[in-house]
Design a protein around this ligand. Structure first.
Ligand code: DLZ
Length: 158
């Protein structure tokens, strides 16, 4: 997918929110540390832009574990931002982990009616992931985007 067509002025939309009363969980897997640190930082920047009252960071081992943790967190938080980095290897494992994370998070969101930000990078190589990590020199900032999407959806449904 390309960045072309993405919403503009997301920071301005976040600034309009009344985030002080909201409780949001950033749920992050632990693979690919440098990229993941960029995603977490982007999500935390978006939380600051929206002036979210409570932001907790919860870590799980891998992206496969995101759905079960998201479901538990969805019961306690207004929104959950799921962050993962999956990089293709030489076996079909990539496809299974990506599918489990994507389908699982979709199901959690629908079952709990809680917005889940989808910040799971599914990349062919580390260079693609770094380019989306919101780091200096990255073209995209997927942690910021995922956080914004979840809280703006929450606001739309209020
Ligand atoms: C096993 C595995 C592999 C090979 N690659 C990744 C990855 O690129 N990104 C990620 O988040 N997790 C990976 N995992 C771990 C699985 O998500 C999961 O944690 C394990 O299969 C244990 O359930």
């Amino acid at each position: 997918m390309s960045k072309h067509g993405a919403p503009t002025d997301t920071a301005a939309a976040l600034a309009q929110l009344d985030g002080a009363g909201l409780k949001v969980a950033i749920l992050a897997a632990s693979w690919h540390e440098q990229v993941m640190n960029g995603l977490i930082d982007g999500a935390q920047r978006a939380a600051a832009d929206a002036k979210i009252g409570t932001v907790d960071l919860v870590r799980v081992p891998g992206s496969f574990e995101l759905p079960v943790a998201a479901k538990a967190l969805a019961e306690k938080y207004d929104a959950v931002i799921a962050l993962g980095v999956v990089i293709r290897g030489g076996t079909p494992h990539f496809d299974y982990v990506c599918q489990a994370a994507t389908m699982g998070l979709t199901q959690v969101s629908l079952d709990t009616l809680t917005p889940i930000g989808f910040g799971v990078l599914t990349c062919d190589d580390e260079a693609q992931a770094l380019d989306r990590a919101g780091l200096e020199g990255s073209a995209e900032d997927k942690g910021y985007e995922a956080f914004s999407a979840a809280v703006l959806t929450l606001a739309a449904l209020a």
